[in-house]
Design a protein around this ligand. Structure first.
Ligand SMILES: [Zn+2]
Length: 382
């Protein structure tokens, strides 16, 4: 599995920063030139295109051999992506005609890949040495977390140089071996919902009071700002939405990590609902709607899958239909079983329990069925 590690370059002098900026500019101008040649001559194959532009890239754009090769590859990849987007129907109508009518143009600060010949890492010293149009820069220090440093030890291949607001970063791709799936018995069922973001079949509510307080405060603030309709209110609303989205991402990281840790510690797999239907399934009351639409359930699900994969915990998605209406004790399903937002009371066997807990138990049961079916179909995963 591929994961991405970002390190921040601590450019000590203005000269270093200028050299990096000039390098990105030169590479991207060279890429735009190469894209133009490709477009005008219909040369989209890597070898032919390289033959056509190689001398120019080295001469007119000051690139050395490896960066020139990387630039050609970047252009070939960009046209492949464009063709893919057209084929998949992501680009249609006017947008498609526009994209096809002229060569691809690269922003002057677009990311540029560097391979091991143009970029070397010294992890002990936390420095890099990198080729630039102003000569090789050596001993450039970088900052990253201890975990990221550990991951960088298994780095292979290219890293991207990018610039954001005057600061340079290297983005390295790490190819980690996928751990085999753990032996597991049973499932940690997780019900996702509005009031409680995540409830497990152990009865744990993972959203926490802090989150609910935050959302309540946001609802009031947003309502007030929406009522104002002034320009500054609109601006503040926009800033607020961005802050909320960051908060949601952070919270999703925390919740997904806890889910995976619980599953790993108790040797269980993780069962989640297939989220495609969640908006239709959840009939939100008006005051809850703000929270529902702004909550990134899909993101939470993908964080859980990603973190689980890294430690070999299996994840299955189950059919979400009627998980809130079915009794997890006797499997009787009826709309009136769900008596309120908070409570479930079975009309058949009489069991009464927290509604989210009931749903999460159903999700765990269903995961078992899905897993058994999967095992029969592909014995290698058993
Ligand atoms: Zn029942």
């Amino acid at each position: 599995m591929k994961i991405v590690v970002q390190v921040k370059l601590l450019t000590a002098s203005a000269h270093d920063a200028d050299a990096l900026a000039a390098t990105l500019r030169a590479c991207n101008r060279a890429a735009s030139y190469t894209a133009k040649v490709a477009f005008e001559t219909g040369t989209y194959g890597r070898n032919d295109l390289q033959k056509a532009v190689y001398l120019d890239l080295k001469g007119a754009f000051d690139l050395s051999a490896q960066p020139a090769v990387r630039v050609v590859k970047k252009v070939v990849d960009a046209y492949n992506t464009l063709r893919g987007n057209i084929r998949n129907g992501h680009l249609t109508g006017r947008a498609r005609r526009k994209a096809q009518s002229k060569p691809i143009v690269f922003r002057e600060d677009a990311a540029q890949p560097f391979d091991d010949r143009c970029l070397s890492w010294n992890l002990d010293q936390r420095t890099i040495s990198i080729w630039t149009v102003a000569g090789r820069l050596k001993g450039i220090r970088f900052a990253c977390s201890p975990q990221a440093l550990k991951l960088l030890a298994s780095r292979k291949g290219e890293s991207d140089l990018v610039e954001r607001d005057g600061t340079f970063f290297l983005i390295a791709t790490i190819d980690l071996p996928e751990p085999g799936l753990h032996e597991h018995s049973g499932w940690l069922g997780v019900d996702l919902g509005i009031v409680n973001i995540a409830t497990t079949n152990d009865g744990d509510k993972l959203s926490g009071r802090r989150l609910n307080r935050y959302r309540k405060r946001m609802r009031t603030t947003v309502a007030k700002l929406q009522a104002k309709r002034t320009k500054s209110a609109k601006r503040r609303l926009k800033a607020l939405r961005r802050r909320e989205s960051r908060f949601a991402t952070d919270t999703n990281h925390v919740i997904s990590k806890r889910i995976v840790v619980i599953a790993e510690r108790t040797s269980r797999g993780i069962a989640l609902e297939d989220l495609k239907g969640i908006r239709q399934r959840v009939t939100a009351k008006k005051e809850q709607r703000y929270g529902l639409h702004s909550w990134a359930f899909a993101q939470l699900g993908s964080f859980v899958e990603y973190k689980a994969k890294r430690v070999g915990v299996p994840v299955v998605r189950v059919d979400p239909r009627n998980t809130s209406r079915q009794c997890s004790e006797c499997r009787h399903t009826h709309r009136s079983n769900r008596v309120s937002q908070a409570w479930f009371a079975c009309r058949s066997c009489g069991v009464v329990m927290n509604a989210d807990l009931n749903s999460s138990r159903n999700i765990a049961h269903r995961a078992d069925a899905v897993w058994q079916r999967g095992k029969v179909n592909c014995p290698s995963t058993a």
